[in-house]
Design a binder for this molecule. Structure first.
Ligand code: GLC
Length: 504
């Protein structure tokens, strides 16, 4: 791996509630995660990113944080979290946690204090009347009234009051929170809703003062050395995006253009080129992301007529050809892993899980579902607990009934069933991550001449990656075949398939 570990890392995202349940209450936890660390080691990842693990009423899956310096009791204890960090480190796996600086929880000490005492409201956005007509990102008004008549701002759910970053106490608090976790050995933070912190009459997206926050955070991170700051920055404008990655700000940010890109050769090539031209001049490593806990699972998305992802485009009952989606998800995984920079794997991607689209409505927990009046199915379908083993639910997830039901058909997709199947998605990921460790990651690429529907490039190590997005087979360039996402037909690369070749 490269000198600075994050530049080329393979980072596995653990959505703790749904990863593995150690105590049988139906909800994933630290005990479950610790017991599965050998699986992650064997998979070949370099780091784990955990979604928020803090005490939370779970109004938004833990993104409503009640206490930034402790662990949600359903997940475990602070000392267990410390043990987990040590155990991961012993296996050579780094740990990245989620920090949520845009908003808090109505159950946080600061918000409760604010409710009790109108003089203690300056850490949030309180006002005698809504200051604007902003809508919550989850639907409905972004302002909610409290019993004494004042209103407070929440860009997300009403249970998530926004911090006032005009107040120096908020700055101090988060710098302390970073130190709290860095002192406990955490290797980096993923910054939630990173571009939204500052509010003014102009709006809230990407205002210039937000960069002052990250310059300070970078100083804090640099005091510790080798700690990484990763931004969740959804911005259409690449120049604005790149400002977050200046040398004294964040180290990397998620590449949502790639995540949302349709399975289309011209679009993919455009996004890859744009990503490289955005990152190269500032020396920041690109990231390649196909999926996360907020988006439709790739196997389902790539099997639809419209393969792009858009939050607003989530609809009930959009048909998907899952076989086609699976084939493309395999090809996309190898493409993403071959590109220069770091790569993210969202739990279950390595098992080829589809989106669960038929959850009973009464079990849906995502506020996006409720606040859209049920028109948007929300994000529960990509958060269903993982299938580990066995023939029926709970598929080894834990002893209890999982908090969201798993489809019966997942018996074929358990980690156990896939381990012994050489052609499985799990084995594709294991093999690819193993090759990637030595031959890919940080660096540059050189496009190779091909027809417009083929993406072929060579990496610094000599590895060549070829993805065929045309409707028929194409010949492969010279080289020794290392891996392919599907079987070759008489030495030619079928449609929707990626091959990796070595040029010896
Ligand atoms: C981010 C998270 C998402 C959460 C939102 C509000 O986008 O990824 O899950 O709902 O922020 O915190």
């Amino acid at each position: 791996m490269s000198q600075t570990w994050w530049r080329g890392a393979a980072i596995y995202q653990v959505y703790l509630r749904s990863f593995a349940d150690g105590n049988g209450d139906g909800v994933g936890d630290l005990a479950g995660l610790r017991s599965r660390l050998p699986y992650l080691k064997d998979l070949g990842i370099d780091a784990i990113w955990l979604n928020p693990w803090y005490p939370s009423p779970m109004a938004d899956g833990g993104y409503d944080v009640a206490d930034y310096r402790d662990i949600e009791p359903v997940f475990g204890t602070l000392s267990e979290a410390e043990r987990f960090v040590e155990e991961a480190h012993e296996l050579g796996i780094r740990v990245i946690i989620d920090v949520v600086p845009n908003h808090s929880s109505t159950e946080s000490a600061w918000f409760k204090e604010a409710l009790a005492d109108p003089a203690a409201r300056d850490r949030f956005w309180f006002s005698d009347e809504p200051l604007n007509d902003w809508q919550s990102i989850f639907g409905g008004s972004a302002w909610t009234q409290v019993p004494d008549g004042q209103w407070y701002l929440h860009l997300f759910a009403p249970e998530q009051p926004d911090f006032n970053w005009g107040n120096p106490e908020v700055h101090q608090e988060f710098e302390d929170v970073l130190r709290f976790w860095f002192d406990r050995g955490v290797d980096g933070v993923r910054i939630d809703s990173a571009a939204l912190l500052i509010k003014s009459e102009e709006g809230y997206e990407d205002l210039d003062e937000v960069h002052d926050v990250y310059r300070r955070w970078r100083e804090v991170a640099d005091e510790y050395g080798e700690r990484v700051l990763i931004g969740e920055v959804w911005l259409p404008d690449q120049e604005r995006f790149a400002r977050y990655l200046r040398p004294d700000e964040l180290h990397t940010a998620f590449n949502f253009d790639f995540l949302a890109c349709p399975w289309d050769p011209a679009e993919l090539r455009r996004v890859i080129d744009l990503t490289l031209t955005t990152h190269t001049p500032i020396g920041a490593p690109p990231t390649w992301v196909l999926s996360n806990h907020d988006v439709t699972r790739p196997v389902t998305r790539y099997g639809r007529a419209d393969t792009a992802f858009a939050h607003g485009g989530r609809l009930h009952g959009t048909p998907s050809d899952l076989e086609l989606g699976h084939r493309r998800a395999r090809a996309a995984a190898l493409l993403a892993m071959a590109l220069p920079g770091s790569v993210y794997v969202y739990q279950g991607e390595e098992l080829g899980l589809p989106e669960v689209e038929d959850l009973p409505d009464e079990l849906r927990q995502d506020p996006m579902y409720a606040r859209s009046g049920g028109t948007n199915p929300g994000r529960d379908g990509c958060r269903v607990p993982l299938p580990w083993s066995g023939d029926e639910p709970p598929f080894g997830f834990g002893a209890g009934t999982p908090w969201l039901p798993q489809p019966d058909g997942w018996r074929k997709l358990t980690a156990e069933a896939q381990r012994t199947d050489l052609g499985s998605m799990l084995n594709l990921y294991r093999t690819a991550l193993g090759l990637r460790r030595d031959l890919l990651g940080d660096g540059t690429l050189t496009w190779l001449p091909t027809g417009p529907e083929v993406l072929a490039f060579a990496r610094d190590s000599g590895l060549v990656s070829v993805t065929n997005l045309s409707s028929g087979p194409v010949p492969l360039p010279p080289g020794r075949l290392l891996l392919s996402s599907g079987p070759l037909e008489d030495g030619v690369l079928p449609s929707d398939t990626t091959a990796w070749l070595a040029r010896d």
